[in-house]
Design a protein. Structure first.
Lengths: 161, 161, 161, 161, 161, 161
């Protein structure tokens, strides 16, 4: 049986933390689908196409990873692509609490889909897309947090605002 | 002495989690008043009248429960209706932290009013009105989370948006 | 219907924190039974009789509080004395986690018995019998934590060791 | 590539919570090895042979699960059996904190071995072997927590003490 | 070597909780700079000048405390004023989690700057500027939470809205 | 005014985590006293002399750090050596909860003594003396956690047991 996992998120933009989780997921599953949510409530900094492009570039080294987009609930996408599990990266304790609640909700909607957690590297364990957008807008050097091409695009995007 | 409790919230909409807490509160107090806050900051999905109607319908089976609305601080309402305690339902650890802070604040404003916590059933321990509104708007089946009449109204309300 | 609550513990010795919870419970229930567990695993500092005597003295001011002892599971004692609920005092977040687990276990053994939580006063929110025994044995002044008669007995008990 | 996971513990005795995690692990990995630690510090209630026998019986229904024992560090056993990952079941928030610390330690000792977390079913999320031993010794009915054959053996083991 | 600390925030408005932390910081450092962030995202209730005025008034009693404003990242301000450390007040457990994440981020941006935490007094440990603005707008008596002059200004500011 | 801090513990044995906190404390205070508790309840692996020797060796590089021992309560030692503050290192969330409780207790016994927290480096944030003793006894390589001389002594001490 082929084991297929889905790593869903808004990736606005992709960070080294995300890539660390993707690397771990690529080893855990035969195929890992990185799925960008199209219907996030807040207006994203990057367009869906930009976010997809950055993800494809950043995950090019992984043979068994592909990038996709989805609309609606993540568990419905998992079923649609015949995956077995949702992959989540745990960063901090407080992170886990909301992850826990989301996983329990997903289990109610789709008891057949497992949520699988891996731990991000400690060095990436406290970064988030929101934090990076904020730090970038305050003039902070974010090169430790995102790949170089993403850093450049973030700079441009923030300059436009 | 008659023991009277107040269970305050925005109930937008009422969920099986709320009803589970109400059932427990109805056994703990001689009278339980379910009090809908009229001055919540975010624009609610349902009008005050709709929320009240759904609550009255859903709590019809409890003889010692009545539904009311209040403006201002919950502790002032507790005093006005000569109740002894605020009832709160605990769902998760992270939930408890904000509950704890709110209860401490209420104690400062009204040292004579006790906040009493009961634990919601595990099966309802992770649902919230916000989660249900979100899931509903993404096309999820929310029939496990709210009474049938609420589910129908939620469907209509989300379709209008 | 008469509402009767049980506040169970080892009370080795009773602290101002316990007495604060007892005061709140005495207002919440028509009758509150403070129940000393006789089968605690670790060897207690005080004998059962000493603990009972200290509790009776310290709770003398509350008309609707009585002190008892129990063997076995707390929920079985609750049933035996025809009480409706177990009262617990919440002191800190970490406290709540173990309280939560114990309450869930009790619910499995006895779904008809509610666990009801009240918040201890902030000033007593971090003290515990263990802490007081430790501080006392290190020569700390524990008069802020326990009633004067308990402080005297603690001093004697620690001197004997 | 065959994906092999290890689920290590003392299983003193195996509970429905463990079996729930094993079921989830059996779906996540091509092979799951349930590994009983032989060098736990506290004196176990059941002998190694008894714990192994109960686990073999309780996991008979899973084709890709086998039971083994290990001495020393779990990560060394993972390497010895050429597995890729340690499986852990998350039960509560407080549980996760110690799990998190253990997983970080394991990562330091063995960076190539991933720790993978799945969530136990809510109904089993608060039970532990220790709790069951305690409840059993207090005369509680533990049939909701462990398989019938384990319940019988636990009764006998506690009667002997 | 002179030890200089920075206590940064939006202070909208300053509370007794802030002042408690400032008092502790004034004892810990040779000089403490209270730094008001000018670029907070949400529209503040008080103007920068009002917030500065209230802080200067409220900290007049401390000889080694001065009030300043800053734009951009707090760590850049710490460097600019040749301070050694960022001072933070811990109020609750949940508070600490976000503090922890912020401090880790700051450490990445500026490894040479230490974040130093002190514990606010228990009686101020649950109040926040947001809570006070909310309570004030609901008609609550906030005189236990802020200095009298701040209370007056808050009343006026909320009346205008 | 000279600022003097005390960093108290059992240091059984000193770890890279402790040394990281000591380095930070040496920058925060004019003088830092590392104080070994002589009255820890559990029987230590190393004698007081061994622990002191390892600490003196490991902190030789810091001019303003000296090692001492104390009996009784840490706050009494702080007063005796005319220090202003207790230094504590925060490692994880769960760590903070017990730290918080200890600091509040200390504040009750000695309101004039501040507890000051710094964050250990992430890479040392999950190690503890207990964990290292355990890992060492299971044959794990602990060279990433303690200085080389400590590692050697630990090996010998565990071999003797």
């Amino acid at each position: 049986m082929k084991r297929r996992g889905v790593y869903a998120g808004s990736f606005d933009p992709v960070t080294y933390g995300h890539l660390d989780v993707i690397k771990r997921g690529a080893q855990l599953f035969d195929e890992l689908i990185v799925a960008i949510a199209t219907n996030i409530s807040k207006s994203p900094l990057f367009t869906l196409d930009e976010r997809k492009e950055m993800l494809i570039e950043s995950t090019a080294e992984f043979d068994n990873v592909r990038v996709d987009t989805f609309d609606g609930m993540a568990v419905d996408f998992v079923r649609k692509v015949k995956a077995n599990a949702l992959l989540r990266g745990i960063r901090t304790i407080s992170d886990f609490e909301s992850e826990f609640q989301m996983a329990l909700t997903n289990r109610t909607f789709a008891p057949d889909i497992e949520t699988v957690f891996v731990m991000a590297s400690l060095e990436y364990s406290f970064i988030s897309s929101r934090l990076i957008r904020e730090a970038g807008s305050l003039g902070g050097d974010i090169s430790n947090f995102v790949p170089p091409t993403v850093a450049k695009k973030l700079e441009k995007a923030l300059a436009k605002k």
